[in-house]
Write a protein that binds this ligand. Structure first.
Ligand code: UT7
Length: 332
């Protein structure tokens, strides 16, 4: 149903991010597993990543990012109607991390839920929130991408442990007219490849047992080469879809913010789209792969450094476990 009146889209009214203080460098990993700074940098582009303290849960990171986003948007918690949190590493299996954020920030008028779309969680979450704003169900939304991947990382497995970092990014979405804010979005899923990236144990299929814990099955498992091949093609396809839907060309775009999984994937997407390096926001060297938090963290850092400015056209594109992928085009 298309409404006769009311908002036509949602805009980024404020942004915030939070990275835990503790940093693990590639040189720290050289002491933990059979790896080298040289391998990690050339194969992934990562040099260091932030790791949450033992007492820091996903909601703690999310709340820090959320408070900054609300301050940036000059918005009070009571004026938020919806909280959507994209995460694969929530505080508890249930209730949602969004519920805990709602309680802690005092957003007493907000409905709150989590979205499970792995590294595409932020794109999925802003798409859902924007749709609810356009439908008139809510006026203002707080969307957060947060991960504490260190909790599900096997620090004896060199093929995965060097990749992941913890962090959170948040955005306040306000209603706006068409031609502003989010111009187009795209969400895609291919459930045939769930085994390329997943956490095998801890859910209803294979609950935690002592034996499974002994076998380290509670940690994330990844087939990196299969993902790599799929990622570039999928991300380029999603980017082309939103450009087409918004009636824009890649040359119209001021900045591309890709999910930060691997610098070689980012370069592959950039080359296939035909974008020059200075138009692509990259922070994977300092934060690693923070899954659903990667795009809002990179966006907010670039905004704080005044690289991204109001009215810029931004193309965000993500890919992750599920497989899930998607893109969003924004006039910031
Ligand atoms: O965020 C969601 C989506 N995630 C992705 O899309 C990730 C996509 N995949 C990737 O980023 C890459 O596949 C990885 C970075 C995970 C791996 O890079 P790769 O170039 O595909 O390496 P590989 O898995 O083919 O491994 C090459 C070699 C192997 O040794 P052998 O079997 O050739 O002797 C690995 O055992 O590199 C070895 N290796 C390492 N060596 C040193 C794997 N990890 C390490 C390591 N240090 N940390």
């Amino acid at each position: 149903m298309v409404r006769e009146s009311g908002p036509r889209s949602a805009k980024f009214a404020g942004l915030g991010y939070y990275l835990p203080e503790r940093v693990l460098t590639n040189f720290d990993f050289e002491k933990m597993v059979d790896t080298s700074d040289e391998w990690i940098v050339t194969r992934t582009g990562i040099r260091e990543r932030h790791i949450a303290k033992e007492e820091e849960a996903a909601s703690d990171l999310a709340i820090n990012a959320a408070r900054k986003a609300m301050a940036d948007a000059r918005v009070e918690a009571k004026d938020i109607d919806l909280i959507v949190v994209g995460t694969a590493t929530s505080d508890y299996p249930f209730p949602s991390t969004a519920s805990i954020v709602q309680r802690e920030i005092g957003a007493r008028n907000a409905a709150a839920f989590d979205v499970a779309a792995a590294c595409s969680g932020f794109i999925y979450s802003i798409t859902i929130a924007q749709s609810m704003i356009i439908a008139g169900k809510v006026r203002r939304a707080l969307v957060i991408g947060v991960e504490t991947l260190s909790r599900i990382t096997d620090y004896t497995d060199r093929t995965t442990c060097v990749l992941f970092g913890d962090g959170a990014g948040a955005v306040v979405l306000d209603p706006c007219e068409s031609g502003e804010g989010i111009l187009a979005t795209c969400m895609k899923t291919d459930g045939s490849y769930t085994d390329l990236l997943y956490q095998p144990v801890g859910g209803s299929r294979t609950p935690l047992t002592e034996e499974r814990i002994r076998n380290r099955e509670q940690f994330v498992k990844m087939k990196g080469d299969g993902l790599f091949k799929y990622a570039v093609k999928a991300m380029v396809g999603a980017a082309e879809t939103v450009l087409r839907d918004a009636g824009l060309k890649i040359s119209d775009i001021d900045f591309v913010i890709p999910h930060q999984a691997n610098l070689r994937i980012i370069d592959g997407v950039r080359n296939r789209l035909g974008v020059s390096p200075e138009k692509v926001i990259v922070n994977i060297d300092r934060v690693g792969n923070t899954s659903s938090a990667s795009i809002p963290i990179a966006f907010c850092e670039a905004k704080d450094k005044e690289i991204i400015k109001r009215d810029d056209l931004i193309l965000m594109v993500a890919f992750g476990g599920g497989l899930t992928w998607g893109a969003a085009l924004l006039k910031y």
